[in-house]
Design a protein around this ligand. Structure first.
Ligand code: HEC
Ligand code: HEC
Length: 319
């Protein structure tokens, strides 16, 4: 029997390593999580009250912007990167495709103030929250202070995001001995372990490193280099977690691939050589992984076992 966490404790699956995010001094409570959930879904946080975090991070797509390469912010404006899925954020060591943000508690600053996303100022959001009919009492109940400030807002959002946990897929049930893979999924899992897991590491399906996986040689977006200004980082992006990958299309930092089929074609016949290409994607002196069409289908069958319907349907995660 699995022990239930005590009330007001964040979910931390036993099969996962220790979380990177510490709820200290931002003490976790269910009321804090619910307040963060309300803020995450509230367009009040944008300059013209039209866009919320959930406009681009939708639960039915594992909190990515399913089907959309470049999400729409205020006044229909678009950026240049694909909105990543949001789950298991407590294990993330950095945020954004280039790792430009290193703390979950300051992460919302970027979308809130980006003129193409929510376009607000922190000062004005705090003003609006203090004047809203329902927020002062909700904040006071969680943080026990007389007025709302920006730190309380960031803490509440962090309590919500760090507890969107995805650990209940078929893969997890198979690993726990509760279910079995089909033969095709089992073969796909074996192929995944030899070809993909060196970067997409179990059980979170990322090692949180920055890699060039060969989708470019000209680098319109220089990726990690924007943060480090070190030439060895040109064209490297954060290895994305592949849990729920069947519902987080389109793929890559710019949403260039619409399907998992296209992704597998890329890894087998589309890898572009460049000075920063990962040597894990060079086999027998040639760029690309050697997987037959049948093997590619098996890997895709395995990837589908990573879909976690309890994340996508969890009514506690919905506003
Ligand atoms: C207009 C669309 C849009 C809105 C609104 C938006 N985001 Fe995002 N979000 C993105 C995009 C695009 C990225 C990737 C940006 C990059 O890598 O440069 C991102 C990245 C993130 C990440 C990093 C995830 C990771 O794995 O690195 C988090 C966390 C996040 N957003 C939370 C939020 C929160 C909280 C809000 C509301 C305060 C919000 N977002 C509002 C589009 C949006
Ligand atoms: C050298 C490390 C590395 C290896 C090996 C690797 N990947 Fe990736 N993968 C990445 C990186 C980095 C990205 C993001 C690249 C970008 O967006 O520019 C990525 C992106 C993806 C995506 C898109 C996810 C999303 O949310 O957009 C999928 C799917 C994927 N990889 C599957 C695989 C599969 C399947 C294999 C094995 C056949 C594999 N990868 C092998 C590093 C790797």
């Amino acid at each position: 029997m699995t022990a239930m966490p005590p009330a007001d404790a964040p979910e931390r699956p036993a099969s996962f390593p220790a979380a990177y995010y510490r709820h200290s001094p931002n003490t976790y409570s269910n009321a804090g999580f619910e307040l963060g959930r309300k803020l995450f879904h509230d367009p009040l946080l944008s300059v013209n009250n039209t866009v919320s975090c959930a406009s681009c991070h939708k639960q039915e797509f594992a909190f990515s912007d399913g089907g959309v390469s470049f999400s729409k912010g205020i006044n229909g404006q678009t950026g240049k990167r694909n909105a990543p899925a949001i789950f298991n954020m407590a294990w993330n060591t950095s945020f954004m495709w280039d790792g430009g943000v290193n703390n979950l508690e300051v992460m919302p600053l970027a979308p809130l103030t980006n003129p193409a996303e929510m376009g607000e100022t922190i000062k004005h959001i705090v003003y609006k929250l203090n004047r809203a009919p329902e927020y002062p009492a909700l904040f006071k109940n969680v943080f026990h202070r007389d007025s709302i400030d920006d730190q309380q807002m960031f803490w509440a959002l962090a309590q919500y995001m760090s507890n969107l946990v995805s650990a209940h897929s078929k893969y997890d049930r198979v690993m726990a001995g509760e279910e079995k893979f089909t033969q095709e999924e089992q073969d796909g899992y074996a192929l995944f372990k030899t070809n993909c897991a060196s970067c997409h590491k179990e059980p979170l399906f990322t090692d949180y490193s920055f890699q060039n996986n060969g989708i470019d040689a000209t680098f319109a977006d220089s990726g990690r280099y924007r943060v480090t200004q070190n030439a060895v980082d040109i064209g490297k992006f954060k290895v994305p977690a592949l849990r729920n990958v069947a519902v987080t299309y389109p793929y890559m930092h710019d949403g260039r691939f619409a399907t998992l089929n296209e992704v597998l074609k890329h890894y087998t016949s589309g890898v572009i050589p460049s000075s920063t290409l990962s040597d894990k994607l060079i086999k027998n002196g040639k760029p690309g992984l050697a997987l037959t069409n049948e093997e590619q289908s098996k890997v895709i069958a395995f990837l589908h076992t990573l879909t976690d319907s309890t994340l996508i349907n969890n009514s506690n995660y919905k506003q």
